[in-house]
Design a protein around this ligand. Structure first.
Ligand code: LLP
Length: 438
């Protein structure tokens, strides 16, 4: 992947630096992001729209990996930003993100979060439900501020990898149903509001999607609704946001398309539907998360204990686990790995990679063929850049790992490793004077 290679010592290099050196310098577990790859992916999305001459915003879905440095990188690449909580918004603002390019998502935004968004004058709020419409009407009127919104709709398509299912009505906690009148009711409720400017519609149909058909179908369904609103009310949608979900290659079994192909096909199908009806081409917005940062991230671990269950399994244990990567335990997600200091050794042994958490299910990879390992070896697990650190926890009071960026032989820390002191920082003792304190 990306700028990974093997040096003359048979060691894995990432962005021009030996993984073993990085592990020694920063400790393990360590998240390493190859920023050249993030930029390459970002540019592929952005430039495909530019080449097609289509107005667009590529918004980084920052739930995949959120940090000040990542936000600064995304801003430099000209990306817009999708945030889903006051915490992500706070981080983005602290990073100096251009507020007009921030879009705020979520199915249960609090008044405090909406006030924060309005006070920060962010670019757009993606409105999810009727409660939120009432909140926004009340808050914008009180504050006398305008806000751009999209209405999030559920088109009844659920896509995952190669398959998608379409249903008249999706059983989803997100958005206004497109087919049972909810979307129309939401539209009626906001279209003439004096403080709320409706820009258009949003949908997100799933994650880790490998083909373009589901996106085309979603676009088609939304455009039918856009045409309907134009006919009935003369309203023209200026933005059509088709969400994220573009797949990446975790293991050899995964066969995703290039960013360019997803975007080109999306543009084609929208132009086709719109062109037939003489509707002005809306801006197209997308929200890739995983496909911008997923395969740019690698986790380095130190191998410790081993256990053989004769005839069944060779366990090797690493110094992290489900606390820094919940995805195998939560979604049966598959990963590929290599022993970073033994890249030229033959793979002779089948291992199951276990974590150090007190749970039998804490396994990062089941049955992978690797060179024979010993304590102290460095294990690199690939493609951990999306929903790894961002879903990390302090389970078993394990400190969260450090995160570094590498590029062209340079490396820098972007999130420090947690310390034991950090772990107890918010704890309140039963001894002392803190009774009733908040
Ligand atoms: N836009 C919306 C409204 C979303 O809900 C999501 C992801 C995205 C964009 C970005 O999707 P992506 O391009 O990253 O697939 N934790 C799970 C993934 C949850 C995705 C939630 N929404 C995992 O680790 O696979």
């Amino acid at each position: 992947y990306g700028t990974q290679s093997v040096d003359e010592h048979g060691q894995l290099t990432i962005g021009g630096t030996s993984a073993v050196t990085l592990a020694k310098t920063y400790g393990t577990p360590l998240f390493v992001y190859d920023t050249a790859l993030i930029k390459e992916r970002a540019r592929a999305f952005v430039q495909t729209f530019e080449r097609a001459g289509v107005q667009a915003q590529v918004a980084y879905a920052s739930k995949a990996f959120s940090s000040i440095a990542m936000y600064q990188l995304a801003a430099d690449e000209g990306l817009s930003l999708d945030v889903v909580s006051g915490g992500e918004l706070f981080t983005a603002i602290r990073a100096g993100y251009p507020v007009e390019r921030i879009h705020f998502h979520g199915n249960n935004k609090s008044d405090e979060e909406l006030i924060f968004a309005l006070d920060s004058a962010i670019g757009c709020i993606v409105v999810d439900n009727f409660h939120e419409i009432e909140q926004l009407k009340r808050l914008t009127k009180y504050k006398k501020v305008n806000i751009n919104i999209l209405l999030r709709v559920t088109p009844g398509i659920e896509a995952h990898t190669h398959d998608y299912i379409t249903t008249g009505q999706a059983d989803s906690k997100f958005g206004f149903d497109l087919h049972n009148g909810q979307a129309d009711q939401a539209f009626q409720s906001v279209k003439d509001d004096s403080y709320i400017s409706l820009l258009g519609m949003h949908c997100h149909i799933g994650s880790q999607i490998f083909d373009t058909a589901a996106f085309s179908l979603a676009a088609k369904k939304l455009i039918v609704k856009m045409l309907d609103w134009k006919t009935k009310s003369g309203f023209i949608c200026s933005v059509l946001n088709l969400g994220g979900g573009f797949g990446i290659r975790y293991t050899e079994e995964d066969k995703p398309l290039k960013p360019e192909i997803y975007v080109e096909d999306m543009i084609k199908s929208i132009q086709l539907e719109i062109g037939q009806e003489n509707y002005p081409m809306p801006e197209i917005w997308i929200e890739p998360g995983r496909s911008l940062v997923g395969d740019a991230g690698i986790t380095l671990y130190k191998i410790g204990s081993q256990k053989e269950v004769p005839g069944l399994t060779n366990y090797l244990a690493v110094d992290g686990g489900m606390s820094d990567n919940i995805r195998p335990a939560l979604y049966q997600a598959k990963y590929d790995a290599a022993v970073a200091n033994k890249m030229n050794f033959d793979s002779t042994t089948t291992y199951t990679v276990a974590g150090k958490c007190c749970e039998s299910g804490d396994k990062l990879i089941e049955k992978i063929s690797l060179p024979k390992v010993e304590a102290g070896d460095t294990l690199a697990i690939f493609c951990t850049g999306a929903y790894g650190y961002s879903m990390a926890s302090n389970y078993n009071r394990l400190p969260r790992p450090a995160v570094i960026f590498v590029e062209q032989g340079q490396h820098r820390i972007v999130i420090k490793r947690e310390t034991y002191e950090d772990l107890v920082r918010l704890d309140c003792s039963l001894q002392g004077e803190n009774m009733g304190m908040q």
